[in-house]
Design a protein around this ligand. Structure first.
Ligand SMILES: [Zn+2]
Ligand SMILES: [Zn+2]
Length: 350
């Protein structure tokens, strides 16, 4: 019998993403093996692709990318309550330990011993799901109907991130919300804020195409800051933004958010800022008595996201601008990087 292998999108260095046949060990007890169905290319995957790092996480050995994935269970070793071979599943990329202090206090996304697929946050790196076959724990698998497109199931992960971000903002019902960055995460945050009852949602970006997309998706205001922050001033005066969610991952975005919100507002940092020091008008955090909060990944929101997608309550497929076979991952990454034509690019099994 020949040893099993999986074809995996593996990053070696900046812009050096290769499709590599990787040997698969026998499935370990307590694990399930999943055949790749679909995978969303995330902003953090693109950061890894371009720079071999994202934020403070640096790729020091070959890394299989991908953490927004769904597929079909092809093998189970041991007990997997509620799961069977042939099931279609959305895969939560997080494996929480369940025993550390943060897990115990109900914040498993901050788990001290977390395993997160496709991440260089630890060495050795945790390999991702852009692979024709990959393994997960039963707890990572949320069963979905077989008629749900794998692409939709894969996008439960970014939706969960955005549901968590909106939850971190507190009660947004009846509040004016401004979101910096109209990429996939900003756009899903728009949909999540709407569901949470936000009054008006303004989207801010530096590029025309994402803003046009945001308007089509239902943003009340689309503000282009490419010519400077002042473009936001009239609306900020008018609307008195109660909540800002910074999804661009730029110092400029956070600086604009601090300036734009009303006194006593809440700012949630969702985007992955560059590692190291950045310049922001920090004194206003005191002078305007702002609540500046971080948001990191998600916890129970993953299952919630799957439910919303299965029920048709959030149309994640509206964000998908291209589907490409996993085997063409390197080209698909280049397409995803072109914001003039791409919102969300999804890899498929084809
Ligand atoms: Zn992601
Ligand atoms: Zn833990």
């Amino acid at each position: 019998m020949t040893a099993a292998t999986a074809l995996a999108a593996t990053l070696y260095a900046p812009e050096d993403l290769r499709m590599v046949d990787r040997p698969l060990d026998d499935l370990a007890p307590g694990m399930v093996r999943i055949r790749f169905g679909a995978g969303g290319i995330c902003g953090s995957d693109m950061h890894y692709f371009r720079h071999a790092r994202t934020g403070d996480f640096v790729v020091t050995s070959p890394l299989v990318l991908g953490h927004e994935v769904a597929g079909e269970i092809v093998e189970i070793a041991g007990d997997a309550p509620g799961l069977a071979v042939g099931d279609h599943v959305a895969v939560n990329p997080s494996r929480w330990c369940g025993t550390c202090v943060r897990c115990q206090e109900g914040r498993p996304n901050l788990c001290e011993n977390i395993y997160f697929m496709g991440s260089a946050s630890k060495t050795p790196h945790m390999q991702g799901g852009f692979a024709s076959l990959f393994d997960a724990t039963p707890a990572q698998c949320v069963k979905v109907p077989v008629d749900l497109p794998f692409a939709a199931a894969a996008l439960a992960e970014p939706l969960a991130v955005c549901l968590h971000a909106v939850r971190r903002a507190g009660d947004v019902a009846g509040r004016n919300v401004v979101i910096f960055g109209a990429g996939p995460i900003g756009l899903l945050t728009l949909l999540a804020a709407r569901r949470a009852g936000a009054a008006e949602v303004a989207m801010v970006d530096m590029a025309a195409a994402p803003l046009a997309f945001a308007t089509r998706l239902g943003a009340d205001h689309a503000i282009d800051l490419s010519k400077g922050d002042a473009a936001l001033d009239p609306l900020a005066r008018d609307k008195a933004f109660d909540v800002a969610i910074e999804a661009s991952g730029t110092a400029a975005g956070l600086a604009s958010a601090i300036k734009a919100v009303r006194r006593g507002a809440t700012i949630v940092q969702l985007g992955n800022l560059p590692g190291g020091k950045i310049e922001i008008p920090a004194n206003a955090i005191m002078a305007k008595e702002l609540d500046l909060k971080g948001t990191f990944r998600f916890d129970a929101e993953f299952a919630e996201a799957v439910d919303l997608i299965v029920a048709g309550d959030v149309d994640v497929m509206a964000l998908v601008t291209a589907e490409r076979p996993l085997s063409d991952a390197p080209q698909a990454f280049r397409l995803a990087l072109d914001r003039s034509q791409s919102v969300k690019v999804v890899l498929t099994a084809g």
